[in-house]
Design a binder for this molecule. Structure first.
Ligand SMILES: C[S@@+](CC[C@H](N)C(=O)[O-])C[C@H]1O[C@@H](n2cnc3c(N)ncnc32)[C@H](O)[C@@H]1O
Length: 289
């Protein structure tokens, strides 16, 4: 076997990587050495480059994390090392309730409830769903009443029924990404699996627009002035461009939300086929409307 060309290839690709990292304003900012005009000096030190993608998406869609001033409930899927959760905590001024889930460990973040587990496991998704319900005191009281009526019901998970959980969450974020195998068919299939799991989960927990409720224009003075605010919760999902993904969007997202747009934040590397679906205004099951 000729090892030398392999070594050469690997060392030149790692020096390319190092050079790219050293030029990257987001990486510089993360390590505290940045002096980039595109990254504010007052920005807290975020744990991931990905944080800046969410900041960009939120700047473009000011009601992304939920409209109005009430306390928000946000679910962050594929949250490690915690950059997006830090951004959410920062943007909601610590007033929201954030659930951060990943297979990997996440160092504690103030105001963020960390859950370790594989989102593709039904048990893990159910645990997360129950925890979002428990974050709402109204539902907790309803559950206590139900428990009194149904004394024989001992399993706490059955008391947090699907109807009770519907409508608790303002925004579901998914930056989940399975490790790349290099086999394009397999990578797209894994990514699609994560997108599908995030979508089905979001449909079960997002706040739903009332029938006939329309999008309103933001009247305030801020950045959002004149932009539409969609009633109902929002969903953001990372995906990788592929025809199967387009089909997924038109069947599983477009009919369920007021508006779905594809965003490629400027912080996302141009050579990567990753992008985000920003799904605004959850409307519920199209066959039931
Ligand atoms: C791009 S990183 C997320 C970065 C994060 N948004 C941040 O800003 O710190 C993708 C994450 O998805 C997680 N992930 C992939 N598959 C997962 C699964 N089945 N369940 C939970 N997390 C998963 C990975 O462990 C990884 O931490």
């Amino acid at each position: 076997m000729r090892i030398a060309p392999l070594l050469l290839k690997s060392s030149s690709s790692s020096s390319r990587w190092i050079a790219r990292q050293s030029r990257d304003p987001y990486v510089k900012s993360r390590s505290g050495s940045g002096n980039s005009s595109s990254v504010s000096q007052n920005q807290p030190a975020y744990r991931s480059r990905s944080s800046f993608k969410l900041l960009s998406l939120a700047a473009k869609h000011p009601s992304l994390l939920g409209a109005g001033g009430s306390k928000k409930v946000i679910v962050d899927l594929g949250a490690a090392p915690g950059g997006w959760s830090q951004v959410v905590s920062h943007l909601t001024k610590g007033k929201g309730k954030v659930f951060a889930l990943d297979i990997l460990d996440i160092e504690p973040i103030p105001g963020v409830e960390v859950i370790k587990g594989d989102f593709l496991s039904e048990d893990v998704r159910e645990q997360l769903r129950i925890r979002t319900i428990r974050s709402n005191p109204t539902i907790q009281n309803q559950d206590d009443d139900q428990d009194k009526d149904k004394k024989d019901e001992e399993d706490t998970s059955t008391s947090t029924s699907t109807s009770a959980s519907q409508g608790m969450v303002d925004c579901v974020l998914s930056d989940m990404m399975a490790p790349m195998t290099g086999n394009k068919t397999r990578d797209i299939s894994l990514s699609l699996q994560l997108c599908a799991a995030a979508t089905v989960f979001a449909r079960g927990v997002l706040k739903k627009a009332e029938k006939g409720e329309e999008a309103k224009k933001e009247l305030g003075k801020g950045k959002g002035k004149g932009k539409k605010i969609w009633p109902g919760g929002n969903l953001i999902i990372k995906f990788f461009a592929h025809p199967d993904m387009n089909e997924f969007r038109s069947l599983e997202l477009d009919p369920w939300f007021g508006k779905v747009v594809v965003e490629k934040p400027k912080e996302s590397r141009s050579e990567s086929s990753e992008a985000y679906w920003v799904c605004l205004g959850y409307k519920g099951d199209p066959t039931l409307r």
